[in-house]
Design a protein around this ligand. Sequence first.
Ligand SMILES: Cc1cc2nc3c(=O)[nH]c(=O)nc-3n(C[C@H](O)[C@H](O)[C@H](O)COP(=O)(O)OP(=O)(O)OC[C@H]3O[C@@H](n4cnc5c(N)ncnc54)[C@H](O)[C@@H]3O)c2cc1C
Length: 869
Amino acid sequence: MSRRSPARVELFFKDICDLKERVRFLDSHGFCSYNLVNKNKADALNDWVQAIKEVSPNANICCHYSLKYNKVPRKGPKEQEERLLSALQLSRANEVLIISGSGQKTAWNTVSALEAVKSASLPHSVPLLAVAYNPYFPEKQDQEEENHRLKEKLESGCIGKVYLQFGSDLDRLRNGLEYLHKLKASKAFSIAGSLFLPTAQLISQQKFRPWNGVFLSQEFLRGPENAKAILHEMVNQYRTNNVEILWEAPGIRTEKDVKLVLELTGAVDAEKHKGSFTSSVNANNSPQQKRLKISDNFHLSRRSKEPCLLIFGNHDVRIRDNRSLEAATSAHETVLPVFLWTVEDRGYVTGAVQVVLKDALRSLNSSLESFNLSLACFNCPDNDNHGISTIKEITEKLGAKAVFWNRECTTEGRDRDSKRKAALESYGISVIESQSSLLYDPDKMDLTSGFHGGHWGTLMPFLKQCKMKFGEPIRPTPYHDTFGLLQSVQSPTYPKTSSIDDLNMARISGKQLWDEPIRKRFPMNEKLALEAMESFCRSGLKSYEQERSRADKEGATGCLSHHLRIGTLSPNQLYWRIEDSGLSYDKVKTFSRRLFWRDLAYYQLACFPNMRYKCIRSHYEDLEWVIGEEEMRRFNAWKRGKTGFPIVDAAMRELYETGWITQSLRMVVASFLVEYLRVNWTKGCEWFHYTLVDADSAINPMMWQNAGKSGTDQWNFILSPTTASQDPSGNYTRQWVPELSKLSTAALVHRPWEATEEQLESAGIVLGETYPHRIIRDLKAERNRSVDATLEMRRKSQQFNSDRGYDLIQLPNGETTVVFTKKEYRLDSNGQLFKDDGLRRNTRQKMSGNKAKLKSKREAKANSLTVKL
Ligand SMILES: Cc1cc2nc3c(=O)[nH]c(=O)nc-3n(C[C@H](O)[C@H](O)[C@H](O)COP(=O)(O)OP(=O)(O)OC[C@H]3O[C@@H](n4cnc5c(N)ncnc54)[C@H](O)[C@@H]3O)c2cc1C
């Protein structure tokens, strides 16, 4: 789906002048996604693309490629193929829709064309490929044939989008959409759908000279009002199914047409799309402001001559797919890129993150320098509240009246951004904020209390709500658009500022240069981020479902979290790379959902701004943990990787040395700290925050709260510190705990206390000397204490216990909701453990056989102690 436009529009025009005029008109009404039809072999599609880009540089353009009109006369398939492949490689469009053309299908058709594309293995830079699908055939047999052809097209693995043709039978549309969703289960693609503008002219044209393949009912053809009612329904169906609208015929040419479009879709679309970019410029209701609301679009031709500031944060250090950068460079001819480092930033951007941030800033600066821009860095004085005085001073020196930045959705970032915004606006400076670090804007999301196919605050209700409310995440901006923008701006003359090296950030001196292994393992720049993403998509992604828990396998997970944290990669770039990978839904679904976990964390943080320190289930503040010296003894051993449990120690050492471990290991060590060592989760959370290169103020606390039972999605499993299923070969543990490396089997590496004296001796191990004794011996007893403490705390907090024994929490809007609670903690109103609640049995009885079996299978899986992470 296009980034900014409420819908796509098919363009009809006489010549280039007319085309530009039309685009100018549509652009001024907020459209910026266009389709160019191909009705003649002389059509100069690339010239048209160029003309559109001159008027609307960020337009997203789909060129149609008609196999019929592009056929090389009297030549065989080879020549047809060559023509198509060269057209694709030369195309300057964002998408190419390949169509056979109406009439009898010949040997050279979309299916054979896609076969050719597949075998040519074109570079990744060719436009997204799309095909058409008609769900409206009146004859069953014809429809089946069409369905089969679509399946064949998708099987080529080259298709990223399907365009639904127009028709008026709503039932057939519903069936068609169902069919598409079925196909989506194995092939990832997005859907666009045509709509005709129900004008009197179009209706009479279709009545008397209907187009081939367009099936319109008598009711539709009765008149514009009837047609409108049908279109309303279609818009609803499109919306529910995340279908991007394409206004096909007869095009949108006049103010009246625009009004009609808005009547049918406008209000909702405008609302839906304004999210990614909010502006405080022109707070009045000027036409420009209205336009911004609809399209968020600027024109280069209308760029301001006044300079502006573009402030980078610690989460958007990139030039690609960076909305604030696009907004600033689209609106101003002169832009000063700025990085400010304040005492407040140093309070929460700490440890390993500073190391990778500094490197990323260096690389951002080099990228900017290649466009003759450079990053002006400022070490703000400690008494400069959020760097506000520094920003004011820069704007004054520069004569700038506008400041752009991407909002940072952390608690600290929100506080900073709102204070800066209020102060700058009071000085008459406009602040233009964007959102560029999450798939969706958390402030626009609202989950009502209750169970929506999952408990409140769990992944699936959140994911479904995102897609229902906002559709698919927006596609990243093509790099050539950003490149064009950056090339066309200039740097203002500004006095020399601090260099990145001068920043009071990651300044490590003395003997222990702890940053070196981190820098070595995680060099930071956009190019490397893209390469890492590519390499994972080509190899690791296929086996992610099976291998993601393995710590002993290189590349089992993306290892991209540091790039996402600092912003050297945008989540939209990653999301769409996965969606366009051509792999089946089953292969990519878990990975795609990971990015929704990321968004979910930020949604939770918006609801519970103190969640890094305070339990979301507020009564869990009373949970008893180990305290005093014993707590310190346990916590210190855990931090330093000296607990005597090898998999835990290996992970904690890798974390300390390099700043990263896989999710499966994070879960093992978190589970161990909380459930067995019984140390308060906030301690682990803080240690992770300091040591992780991807330390994230939303994800880290969300995961620790879940591990520590007080989060919205309390873990329904405990990970054993001794079975070490994450490292079946033992090689990972041998690497990080070299003192055990000579033990002969993986089992002994993970449980050296089971080794005989001879085995230990021949491996050169003296337990308690060369490797520590286990810090706790009786795992079962520790775990029982942990459960008892939880039950005791819950008994004392009956007001937070639902009638089915689940925890209740209060949402920011004052509503109370039930959150998932592990079976072993569920209590009745007398404080007794629920045995088997009748409610569940009744519900199960009501469910049909298969569904019930499925559900109990799922529950059994969830309750089992070994889990697939
Ligand atoms: C106790 C604990 C603390 C964590 N702290 C952080 C943290 O501070 N920062 C962080 O980015 N991740 C954190 N995670 C989540 C997860 O472990 C890492 O994102 C993941 O290990 C990063 O490796 P990857 O890029 O190879 O992940 P992949 O498996 O390749 O996943 C791709 C991306 O999805 C996102 N992602 C993956 N898992 C999660 C998740 N559970 N929640 C939210 N987003 C996710 C990450 O951005 C990740 O890069 C934590 C997990 C646990 C159990």
